[in-house]
Design a protein around this ligand. Structure first.
Ligand code: GLA
Ligand code: GLA
Length: 689
């Protein structure tokens, strides 16, 4: 399915205000505090430059304390207070956490695990996406909220539920079974088609009645892989269906108010195929939390980049990130000085016109009391709050670039949720493969070389890219194989890796030798995979003294096109002497194959050669490559260059022209090097044309 970008509406600022400005703020949970605190909250928000808050996300139990009792008084008061303070509201539909009265009366809305255990109330998001009873109660609440606040002047957008699928993406209940059957019927039309797609000739699984179909519940051995893949598709679609149902109520009652929901493009969160979701919201919103480790900043950039492309290159809304520590990792690290602003501005660089946090005031009680906020436990006399105020000021200074879009790069990384799901299923050649990690490693290699790369979803179109890297593009339906072939024949340079082109949309192997759907394009053939055991490495000769090292995977590659070149060959192990990295030229274009996991360092060398061959060069001056990330936004008049210091040391970037909107030069001359503080960010405006 090709992703259609979201329609591109934005917050409806109160009082018809149209001056460009960032949305800056947080989730605001006033119900956790006595009302005496509320006016102080608004005063501090004004001090911090807050322009928007997300309200009522977990307020269901407070708004509707019993089935036929409604309490809007407190929310009216908060909405009025915020509006009087000049703060807009992204109002949640409050359906994320069903109240105890509802689950006590209707335990049939509670999700069920694959092994049949009930997911009980006590945390949040304990609802089945396919429960008709839940849907009815949720939509009643949405209806009541929409009618109540339709004309409230603070209402700037609707926030459907919260992080749909954060905890409840996979539900194996009887409701899910019923909905899965209906979904499969709509997809396949006939049982014959389903039996073929699911390969049910295997292990005597042939279905003779739709009623026999089930979610892939706890089974005696590996459940049917196509059934598993379809269940992933179905589960994403079921949540999307819930999003549409809430949205449709809102659009009917308040057609002029934009609707969004917060995605989770981040780390290993993979249940929702956001490429399918993006067109269903008026603007794309994302939540992102830094995942500690050597690629933490690369991962932030990767996620923000992909989010920007889900938004079709238009501005998007960073709905949540953290001012400092989170509470849900084994060890929760506080941010270092400069990190709060740097992380926020890196999202802005990748197209965010909203910078919001979870949450406004750090909770005194509850599961998230150790999660950072804009106002920490220590109060406003704190380093965190001072940083929050400083960021608010800086965003006000950057207002001129609000509304500008992403400026396309010459290279792209192709990202595909279906390949992610399919490549990591069980009973594969290795269980160690990590789809997103491989994609991220390529992205880190681009960052190391100082070459910008867009992270684009499959279906977004490859036009305009000189180089497209498709790591572990495992699931390749016929039309995608054709698109890639046309791209290469049209002069594009495609790079792909191990375990790509292996199966079609039904997870059936393409026959005749690997990499199946991409075999002819790559000019290679592989008879058998050769995954590597844990801890094993294989040496590669790439003509350099150091050589390369492969782990995880290797392939017995044969060249079928004698014109294909070998860029590196195996130098140790059973495959010694055989091709490991290949490249087949096709007129102006080429198709390259990397048959093992090279890691960031190895990929950096290989990528440098491939980019060179494709004529793609770094825009960033050599002195800054690797240490600085360059991201570019643009509008009709100007490009905005973001120079983001990736290190904890000062960095000087020579030879960059432009007027500084943020940051400084190391001297008075207009061409003096731009001086970046540790973790600092500079923004240059460079007129176009
Ligand atoms: C998610 C949720 C928030 C909060 C944060 C904590 O993003 O949407 O309600 O739980 O995580 O990091
Ligand atoms: C067992 C089973 C076979 C097959 C093999 C796979 O031997 O009897 O049906 O599943 O394992 O190794």
């Amino acid at each position: 399915m090709s992703p259609a970008p979201s329609p591109g509406r934005w917050l409806r600022w109160p009082d018809g205000e149209t001056t460009p400005r960032f949305a800056y703020g947080a989730d605001y949970n006033p119900e956790q505090w006595p009302r005496e605190v509320w006016p102080e909250d608004v005063a501090l928000m004004r001090e911090a430059g807050v322009t928007v808050v997300s309200l009522a996300i977990f307020s269901w139990a407070r708004i509707q304390p019993a089935e036929d009792t409604w309490d809007f008084g407190w929310l009216d008061e908060v909405m009025d207070l915020l509006h009087a303070g000049g703060i807009a509201v992204d109002l949640a539909t409050a359906t994320a956490s069903p109240p105890p009265w509802l689950t006590a009366r209707h335990p049939e809305i509670l999700p069920v695990t694959a092994s049949g255990e009930t997911v009980w109330p006590g945390a949040r998001q304990h609802w089945r996406p396919t429960s008709p009873v839940f849907r009815e109660h949720a939509l009643r609440l949405v209806d009541a909220l929409a009618r109540r606040y339709a004309d409230h002047p603070a209402l700037a957008a609707w926030h459907v539920n919260n992080e749909l699928g954060c905890h409840n993406v996979y539900d194996y209940s009887d409701d899910a079974a019923r909905a899965f059957r209906a979904w499969a019927r709509a997809r396949y039309g006939s049982l014959d088609a389903l039996n073929h797609a699911w390969g049910t000739a295997f292990w005597s699984q042939r279905y003779t009645d739709w009623e026999q179909l089930l979610p892939p519940r706890l089974a005696a051995s590996h459940p049917n892989p196509t059934q598993q893949l379809d269940f992933k598709r179905f589960s994403s679609d079921a949540l999307l269906d819930h999003l549409r149902a809430e949205r449709d109520v809102l659009r009917r009652l308040t057609p002029e108010v934009p609707v969004t929901t917060n995605f989770m493009v981040m780390g290993e969160t993979r249940g929702m195929n956001y490429a399918d979701w993006a067109a269903e919201v008026d603007f794309v919103a994302n939540d992102h939390y830094v995942l500690p480790g050597p690629q933490a900043l690369d991962e932030l950039s990767f996620s923000a980049n992909l989010t920007g492309h889900l938004a079709g290159g238009r501005p998007w809304f960073l709905m949540e990130h953290a001012t400092s520590a989170v509470n849900w990792q084994p060890v929760n690290l506080a941010k270092e000085p400069g990190e709060l602003a740097r992380d926020s501005l890196l999202h802005v660089a990748h197209g965010a016109d909203a910078v919001c946090f979870f949450q406004w005031r750090q909770s005194a009680a509850g599961a998230e009391k150790y999660h950072s906020a804009m106002v920490p436990h220590a109060g406003s006399d704190s380093e965190v709050f001072r940083s929050v105020v400083a960021l608010g000021r800086q965003l006000a200074e950057l207002a001129p670039l609000v509304g500008s879009g992403r400026h396309p790069a010459r290279a792209a990384i192709l990202f595909d949720w279906e390949s992610w799901w399919a490549s990591e299923q069980d009973s594969h050649p290795t269980s160690r493969l990590r789809y997103r990690q491989e994609a991220l490693d390529w992205y880190s290699a681009f960052l190391a070389l100082g070459v910008r790369a867009d992270v684009i979803p499959v279906g977004a179109g490859l036009h305009g890219y000189d180089v497209v890297v498709a790591p572990v593009l495992h699931l390749v339906p016929g039309p995608l194989a054709k698109e890639l072939t046309r791209y290469v024949e049209g002069g594009g340079h495609l790079v792909t890796t191990y375990f790509s082109g292996i199966v079609d949309e039904n997870d059936h192997a393409w026959l005749g030798g690997y990499p199946g759907a991409l075999r002819d394009l790559l000019g290679i053939r592989i008879e058998e995979f050769a995954p590597l055991p844990d801890g094993a490495a294989v040496a590669l000769d790439d003509g350099t003294e150091a050589g390369l090292t492969g782990t995880l995977w290797s392939d017995r590659v044969e060249l079928t096109d004698p014109t294909a070149e070998v860029l590196a060959s195996y130098a140790s192990g059973a495959l010694a002497g055989r091709p490991a990295v290949t490249r087949r030229g096709t007129g102006a274009g080429s198709a390259a194959y990397v048959s093992t996991r090279l890691g960031v360092e190895g990929l950096t060398g290989v990528l440098a050669r491939l980019l060179d061959a494709a004529g793609v060069t770094a825009e960033l001056p050599e002195a800054a490559r690797g240490r600085v990330e360059l991201v570019v936004r643009a509008d009709a008049e100007a490009a905005y260059w973001f120079l983001v210091n990736r290190t904890a040391e000062p960095v000087e970037v020579p030879d960059v022209a432009g007027d500084l909107l943020a940051g400084r030069r190391s001297g008075a001359a207009p061409d003096a090097p731009v001086r970046l503080d540790p973790r600092g960010v500079a923004v240059l405006r460079r007129p176009l044309g």
